[in-house]
Write a protein that binds this ligand. Sequence first.
Ligand code: HEM
Length: 640
Amino acid sequence: MAATTHWSPLADLLADAGSATTLLRLVPVVLLGGGLLVYIIARTALFIKDYMRISRALAKIPTAPGSLPLLGNVIPMITCVRRNIGAWDLMEEWLDNTGPIVKFSILGTQGVVFRDPSALKRVFQTGYKMYEKDLDVSYRPFLPILGSGLVTADGALWQKQRMLMGPALRVDVLDDIVTIAKKAVDRLCEKLAHHAGKGQSVNIEEEFRLLTLQVIGEAVLSMAPEECDRVFPSLYLPVMNEANHRVLRPYRMYLPTPEWFRFRTRMSQLNEYLIDLFRRRWESRQRLGRQKPADILDRIMEAIEESGAKWDAALETQLCYEIKTFLLAGHETSAAMLTWSTFELAMNEKATNKVQAGAPGGCGRVVLRVVSEAEAAFGLRSEKEANRRNVDEMIFTLAVLKEALRKYSVVPVVTRKLVRGSGAADDPVGVLGHPLPKGIMVACHLQGTHRLYEAPDEFRPERFMPEGEYDSFDDAIRAYMFVPFIQGPRNCLGQHLALLEARVVLSLLHKRFKFRVVDGDKVTRMPTVIPVGPTGGLNVVLEQRTDAQAKSCWDPPFLPVRAWWVRVGTHRGDLASRVRQRQLAHGRGGAMLGRRQAGITSRTYECDLHFMALSHAATSEGVAALVVAAKPPRYPNTVT
Ligand code: HEM
């Protein structure tokens, strides 16, 4: 049998080592190898020096349990999924057991986590310029999709883009959202009607995801629902799925697996689709001149024209990132909020039905208020075209959504990197009395903040009604006690859109159907994906809610009333302006109708308030006499 010989360049070189030409051939190899070695040593030395600097600066902060050399806390953060909890839940355990601020490390990246509202205020507001987005860890898997879009941009680019994009999402587009959301929920109801009363279960989370994509697709790009259903599930959703997988399995970003290639192909198809749409829109704008803006894209293009920017490939790419950012930021979060709200309403209906077995109507109290607000805004048979003002008045439905965002914290943690300053304490004010060093990751534990409420596991929308628990927090920190959209200059640009859309969808859906969750007691929060929805979706069985039931759901305590109250003796501050401030804070705008001096020691106020808010105010403010008169009902068709 012939022996097989292997050719080896290294063996050849060694065999010829004596000759001068071979030595010359070795020079670049040695130089390259040596250079690489010096580079690695220098990088390692710098890394160790930086690591030691940060460790020294954080010495006084307690360490999270389970930390290992080099790996840090990465193993407990990955394995906690086996306990069916997410890394964010593990962090909450650290905060519960170790202290209000805890340091941790992930493969050499050191960080601190906290939940105190004053600390959030530091990062989000007073010191926000020192903190940038943490692109190295949290956002890395999403960078191929979001690029330098608003969520992932920083510095001057972010500022420029925020100025450009901000108005497009804030002003009159919100009026259109009510109509767009109403059409979308009508379509969903038509679909759900086929399942109603048949005992078939529907994954309502999936339906909400499609619905919110349709709403954002139409609001941003005027896409027809059929077009949304054609494009997004085949191109956009699989790309998002893969990015989500990469969060816990970052190696998927680098291994050229079939999924990696599919990700790339879909990304470029999606980009092509969007850029083609932009070009056609831009050309038609140039041809037809200024028209009434049809959607958010039109508004952005208007801002681009006004800024005098030239339409070129760089602008197209940036716009593509921005639109994908809106699509991503604007649908999954909203779908998760709607899913949890529906879950809570269904569980509430079930609980109340048990208590009130045989009671007329048999609706749960929470559901009943939501239904009554839908009737008020859209008419008894949803025949009315509601406008934004009508939806703004749905304060209880808004409270339900806020409470779902509080209880389930769909975005449980937001991370930043401290980037500015010099010296040992780069943010000398720092958080909770600890100056912080440059280069660390800070994890603002929004979920932890949301659990600083009384009985945090209970679903109590009243917390967010006028004079509720939220109002009772100190003025200095109140805004940082409810942070699903964070606060400050980098707050969520789509929050008004999201809450407006969700009020329409949630109220109309519950006006038409009763929901029962399949295995409701077994529903848990997904431990691996943000935004956090229920593991495996939310399966519900539904039946039609009849008009008669809905009618009987009208809830008198929420009738608007006109009131006069008297406070005797001296009191802290001006009660009238406090009540007014609180109303404004809740978007009620209820102006004082009059104010009159009544004697020396008492004052009489007349104002527009809801009964609930009044009774709270009366008890908490030491009111001596309260006279309440019913206002003419705003929604006569809903009062039985
Ligand atoms: C319930 C729904 C939503 C929740 C809970 C939510 C939450 C958040 C949070 C927590 C951030 C801050 C992220 C960070 O700083 O790392 C954010 C930013 C952002 N959100 Fe939302 N969001 C929602 C809906 C929307 C919608 C509907 C849109 C757009 C149509 C949107 C657009 C954005 C944008 C553009 C930013 C980046 C703002 C900036 O950095 O300047 N969001 N959102």
